[in-house]
Design a binder for this molecule. Structure first.
Ligand SMILES: Cc1cc2nc3c(=O)[nH]c(=O)nc-3n(C[C@H](O)[C@H](O)[C@H](O)COP(=O)(O)O)c2cc1C
Length: 376
């Protein structure tokens, strides 16, 4: 299956897969697609270890790396505050509300030997934290770099192009896509609102053809709601040159999804997700659980902007995840994670390779079926 997107990175199948888990990334690249490692929570040292490991596993097959490079974040107006200064902006009222919530659900504190300084949770989204990550990224054999949340900055694009690496950028609206194209992106991921993680409100079916037309001849990948071959065929029918999937890998054998969350995903239906600001401060689709519902209570303090919200809730989420088992405890009830509406179709644990094969098999069946419609 050759398309402009497969030619851009040198892969056999137009299936790109976002995952935080290096095992999924390697398995996907080895199956003929392009695994893309989500590196926003990586330290430079961990990124170096993971990329070295992936390189050994894929033996020259292409893989990519994805970072979050937001245009605006709290503190940027003040000249870019460092983490300590940002931590001092966390309101005591929010911390007290969160402490009470965890008490009410009986979530135990972290053990004494696990240190989690106030505000230490969160993502490396500020320019200072980003620079060493970029140094590691560009020292490896990456064949694609991707950036979400805003157009890729000029220095990022220049450096990638200088190294001969194409840049992908995620867009949730046609305006975003136009900005990415103007900034010099080589591949636009048109991500509809049904997707897991940060997302807009426009559905994939509406967004993809709009973006394809707006940024032509730049190739577009369809993302959001794609977990099976009929959806892959739909994405291609909308004019995309490939698809970009995130949720479907979370219940694969290789995924390191927390066991309690994996179990919830396997049970969930397509109506069990919600766009919530409760983890990152920006709307992100995740499983609806008491955690998301508590944050929506009108008598609650409301969420903080990025990057304060992840700094506020980092320790709480670590506490929940550490003890969340499948035993119905308060931590188990609260536990949530990013996932899209396709969670309803994720009902068995499979190897990543199997997911890819099934995507292709069902794609072929769909295309044959559509072909017969035309003949008749
Ligand atoms: C668990 C999870 C985390 C995500 N984190 C990121 C991220 O850090 N950067 C990014 O560009 N996209 C992220 N996304 C979005 C994916 O890249 C992808 O666009 C999306 O999952 C596609 O929709 P789908 O979930 O319906 O497959 C994430 C998605 C999920 C499910």
């Amino acid at each position: 299956m050759r398309t402009a997107a497969t030619d851009l990175v040198g892969i056999d199948l137009p299936i790109f897969g976002f995952s935080h888990c290096r095992d999924v990334v390697a398995a996907l690249s080895n199956a003929g697609g392009c695994g893309v490692l989500g590196a926003v929570a990586h330290s430079p040292e961990q990124l170096d270890v993971d990329l070295t490991w992936i390189e050994q596993e894929v033996k020259g097959k292409p893989f990519g790396v994805d970072l979050l490079v937001p245009g605006k974040f709290a503190g940027s107006d003040e000249g870019g505050l460092d983490r300590d200064a940002l931590a001092s902006l966390l309101p005591d009222e929010h911390q007290a509300w969160l402490d009470e919530l965890l008490d009410r659900y009986g979530v135990p504190p972290l053990p004494d030997d696990v240190r989690f300084p106030r505000g230490a949770g969160g993502m490396r989204v500020d320019p200072k934290s980003m620079a060493p990550l970029l140094d590691v990224l560009f020292s490896h054999d990456t064949k694609l770099v991707a950036s979400a949340l805003g157009p890729p900055p000029a220095h990022f694009i220049e450096r990638a192009h200088g190294a001969g690496i194409p840049v992908a950028a995620l867009a949730g609206s046609v305006e975003h896509a136009r900005r990415h194209a103007a900034a010099g992106a080589d591949l636009i991921v048109a991500q509809g609102g049904e997707a897991g993680g940060h997302t807009g409100e426009i559905a994939t079916l509406v967004l993809v053809p709009e973006v394809v037309d707006a940024v032509a001849p730049i190739p577009v990948l369809a993302a959001g709601g794609i977990a099976r071959g009929r959806q892959l065929a739909a994405g291609m029918a909308l004019g995309a040159e490939g698809v970009w999937c995130g949720s479907v890998w979370l219940t694969t054998e290789e995924a390191e999804t927390a066991p309690a969350v994996k179990e919830k995903f396997l049970q969930a239906g397509s109506g069990d997700t919600v766009r919530s600001r409760s983890i990152t401060g920006k709307p992100a689709r995740m499983l609806r659980t008491p955690w998301t519902e508590e944050w929506e209570r009108p008598d609650g303090p409301g969420t903080l902007p990025m990057p304060l919200q992840p700094m506020l809730v980092g320790e709480a989420l670590a506490r929940i995840q550490r003890v969340a088992t499948t035993d119905g405890s308060g931590a188990q009830q609260l536990a949530t994670y990013f996932v899209g509406q396709v969670v309803g179709a994720m009902d068995t644990v499979k190897p990543t390779r199997r997911v890819v094969l099934e995507l292709v098999e069902e794609f072929v069946d769909s295309v044959e079926r559509l072909g017969r419609l035309v003949e008749s």
